[in-house]
Write a protein that binds this ligand. Structure first.
Ligand code: PMP
Length: 456
């Protein structure tokens, strides 16, 4: 250890000394240290003092089947014993990748054709952008290569993915976004809807803004549009009625591809297997990660139709190879876990469970909208958010993140791990949640809210 701090010679001190955390204020971490999680069981995790928490965020929106599913562990160890590693370069393949590609195409909500494997959501989105550019060249339209995503959208943090992401702290000081990546408005009706404007009218305005951006840049320069069916990290933004219908009409008119980032929504979160089904999105490309393996193994996949794949395949033929791929792409351990995870989700009816228990949880959380501090409760399936405000009439907060931060601390103290994005408090518990556990989440949330009310 190079540094001493007031944690002495403890795991906390060693964490501070040598562990640089993602999405953490690095200086503040030196003062307050880490929360160390030691083990998991079902929807619960336990810290190193033995305190039990409901993992109300499924880790990072991702541990669908809970934290100790024996079937996933067995699939992992069986595959490790048989073939712990192989790749797919130069025509090589292996059973788990073949079976998984097959199944993903089969369960896709629209006709799809091919699956390309990657290791994270960021990497998958970066790869899709490279494929969009490669395809544009293949089609002899190298100028049709710009792309549009949305403010508040989250698509990851690698250079292209962070550029697609529409959040200020992912751009600021990183010298991003890259040129040619544009952001259109988020469909955040509660926040950005005007007085007297209906959801449908607001959705029309979103589509008009997209159309205006396309016109400004030139439709023959725009290749693709990126969207999460439900925005996650940007604040759990559920699209208003008719939004995707109107957006897709604009895209179709200008021959623009739809990339659905299903990294959070995929595998049941919205109460359907895919968010694209929930919102009648007909994507050309779907990006999958997180819940694909319940995050037991880092893994991601790009599912695409022939319209997307065919020009890319032709271009690889003329160049001699598709010059892109990852050492870990389609990793047999991840693929084996993904196959078993999918089997567990299907056999236990976890998509239906997310729909039913999600509706129950959201109905209970909605009763908290009576609080003077709650501006809105929204959600779909088993993903929800509560907006905290100081003034309900103006939907405003006195100090940004203060209420959200206080609520987060109170909930954690009361045994529920949540996440606040500013003053938006998110709920994204494992898909295995029972009604009784949903009630427990509600009780802790209500208690924590009363504590925050008393404190402000
Ligand atoms: N897309 C979405 C919708 C996400 O929520 C995330 C992760 N929060 C990503 C992409 C990036 O995934 P990763 O962190 O695995 O790179």
């Amino acid at each position: 250890m190079n540094e001493m701090n007031n944690f002495g010679d403890t795991p906390e001190a060693r964490d501070i000394a040598h562990h640089f955390h993602g999405y953490t204020n690095a200086r503040r971490h030196q003062e307050i240290g880490p929360m160390i999680i030691e083990r998991g069981e079902g929807i619960h995790v336990f810290d190193n003092a033995g305190k039990r928490y409901i993992e109300g965020m499924s880790g990072l929106w991702s541990v669908g089947v809970g934290f100790n599913e024996p079937r996933l562990l067995k699939a992992l160890s069986d595959q490790a014993a048989k073939l712990p590693y192989y790749h797919n370069f130069g025509h090589k393949s292996h059973g788990p990748a073949i079976d998984l590609a097959d199944q993903l195409v089969e369960i896709a909500p629209v006709p799809m054709s091919k699956v390309f494997f990657t290791n994270s959501g960021s990497e998958a989105n970066d790869t899709v952008l490279k494929m969009v550019w490669y395809r544009a060249n293949a089609l002899g339209k190298p100028g049709k290569r710009k792309v549009i995503s949305r403010h508040r959208g989250y698509h990851g943090v690698t250079i292209a993915a962070a550029s697609l992401t529409g959040l200020p702290y992912n751009h600021r000081s990183f010298d991003l976004p890259l040129p040619g990546i544009f952001h259109t408005m988020a469909p955040h009706y509660w926040k950005d809807g005007r007085d007297g404007e209906s959801e449908e009218q607001f959705a029309t305005r979103c589509a008009e803004e997209l159309e205006a951006l396309i016109q400004r840049e030139g439709a023959d320069t725009i290749a693709a549009f990126w969207a999460e069916p439900v925005m996650g990290a940007g604040g759990v933004v559920v699209p208003p009625k008719t939004y995707f219908e109107k957006i897709q009409a604009v895209l179709a008119k200008h021959d623009i591809l739809f990339v659905a980032d299903e990294v959070i929504c995929g595998f049941g979160r919205t109460g359907e297997m895919f968010g694209s089904t929930t919102y009648d999105i007909r994507p050309d490309v779907m990006v999958l990660s997180k819940q694909i393996t319940s995050s037991y193994v880092p893994f991601s996949a790009i599912v695409m139709n022939d319209r997307f794949f065919d020009p890319i395949a032709d271009e690889s033929n003329s160049i001699g190879t598709f010059g892109h791929g990852y050492t870990g792409g389609g990793h047999p351990l991840g693929a084996a876990v993904a196959l078993e995870n999918l089997a567990v989700i299907r056999e236990r009816g976890l998509v239906e469970n997310a729909r039913e228990v999600g509706a129950h949880l959201r109905a209970r959380l909605a009763t908290l909208a009576d609080s003077p501090l709650v501006g809105e409760v929204r959600g779909v399936g088993l993903i929800a958010a509560m907006e905290l405000v100081n003034d309900k009439a103006t939907k405003s907060v006195t100090t940004v993140s203060q209420l959200g931060g206080m609520m987060n601390v109170a909930m954690q103290r009361n045994g529920l791990i949540s996440r606040n994005m500013g003053d938006t408090v998110a709920f994204c518990p494992p898909l295995i949640l029972t009604k009784a556990q949903a009630d427990e989440i509600f009780e802790i949330t209500a208690k924590s809210l009363r504590e925050v009310e008393a404190a402000v």
